[in-house]
Design a protein around this ligand. Structure first.
Ligand code: F6P
Length: 340
């Protein structure tokens, strides 16, 4: 068989190990793989190249994606959709592995609906894909954010300040939640809870009173009511570019104004998405990449390889796309354990 593989959407640590696993699992079973460049754009425009075992073998610890990525939606226009279907046929692709988040996997589902032989691999630093316990990229991104909080703590302590770290994660609060829990932040703000300024100011005041500084972690997706920055800009899938709203800077301004405590903010942004994948992401990406090849070999097209507990399995693409997996009440309850 001839496999195709692509990486779409925002990059994250683990994409290269996943590509590596697809190529090497296919190779082990006697098959070859070509890589499409820049996500669905490469399929639409016919940009691809062969991937050899020798090329991918060293990729286990490399961040980013050697194939490039884009947020191209190939099914936004019918003419593009036809190009995608025709290109896979003219390239003699027997099975396509689409590695991506909700947008990329939604396009894969659409391709499957049109009879395409495609399987998915979920990835995203946001950890918001439904149907899988974890996505790779998340643990690595949180590790970077926790490191950032620990660095900010030094300055907050030295200058007796309140410091807000704004993290990415879109409309799910997983990144902020895990960063706040793992760094011992005084307040963690996630989109799943309505913004409560009184609670936030209490948390900051009591932390400042107890030890002279305060640390706040805020998800870019929280709603502060008022808007700042060049809010409203959207990507090709219609998602607002949330970091443009600068909620961290706005929070620091409000904290300083209300409490008189000198406040600063930092927006970690894309620093979270780069660098080598952490151990968990290396292993998960490897398992899901190999798992996707196994789905193909079992004839389970239209499915996506996912993690359930400690087991890799396949579920229909339609169960993984279209809904955002958000932080559950149990996690929020755990988070608020540390408010007391
Ligand atoms: O979905 C991953 C993510 O990093 C989000 O957390 C963030 O809102 C968005 O991508 C940023 O997108 P871009 O890289 O297009 O600025």
């Amino acid at each position: 068989m001839k496999f195709g593989v692509l990486t779409g959407g925002g990059d994250c640590p683990g994409l290269n190990p996943a590509i590596r696993a697809v190529v090497l699992r296919a190779h082990q079973k006697g098959h070859t793989t070509v890589g499409y460049l820049d996500g669905w754009k490469g399929v639409r425009d016919g940009l691809s190249r062969p991937l050899t075992p020798a090329e991918v073998r060293p990729l286990i610890g490399r961040g980013g994606t050697i194939l490039g990525s884009s947020r191209t939606n190939p099914f936004a226009h019918e003419a593009d959709a036809r190009k995608v279907v025709d290109r896979l046929a003219s390239d003699h692709i027997d099975a396509l592995v689409a590695i991506g988040g909700d947008d990329t996997l939604s396009a894969a589902r659409e391709l499957a609906r049109r009879g395409g032989r495609v399987v998915g691999v979920p990835k995203t630093m946001d950890n918001d894909v439904a149907g899988t316990d974890w996505t790779f990229g998340f643990h690595s991104a949180v590790a970077v954010a926790v490191d950032a909080v620990e660095r900010l703590r030094d300055t907050a302590e030295s200058h007796h300040r309140a410091v807000v770290l704004e993290v990415m994660g879109r409309h799910a609060g997983w990144v902020a939640l895990a960063t706040g829990l793992a760094s011992g932040a005084d307040a963690t703000l996630v989109p799943e809870e309505p913004y409560d300024e009184g609670w936030l100011l209490d948390r900051v005041r009591s932390a400042a009173k107890a030890r002279g500084f305060a640390l706040v972690v805020a998800s870019e997706g929280i709603d502060l009511g008022a808007r700042r920055g060049s809010a409203g800009a959207k990507d090709e899938f219609g998602h607002e570019l949330l970091r443009e709203r600068e909620v961290g800077a706005e929070l620091a301004r409000r904290i300083q104004e209300a409490t008189g405590i000198e406040s600063r903010s930092a927006q970690i942004g894309h620093i979270q998405r780069g660098g080598p994948p952490e151990l968990f992401d290396r292993v998960l990406a490897t398992r899901l990449g190999a798992g996707a090849v196994d789905l193909v070999l079992a004839g389970r097209f239209g499915e996506v390889a996912v993690l359930h507990g400690s087991v890799v399995t396949g579920i229909p693409l339609s169960e993984a796309v279209g809904t955002t997996k958000v932080v559950t009440p149990e996690w929020l309850d755990l988070l608020h354990t540390f408010d007391a």
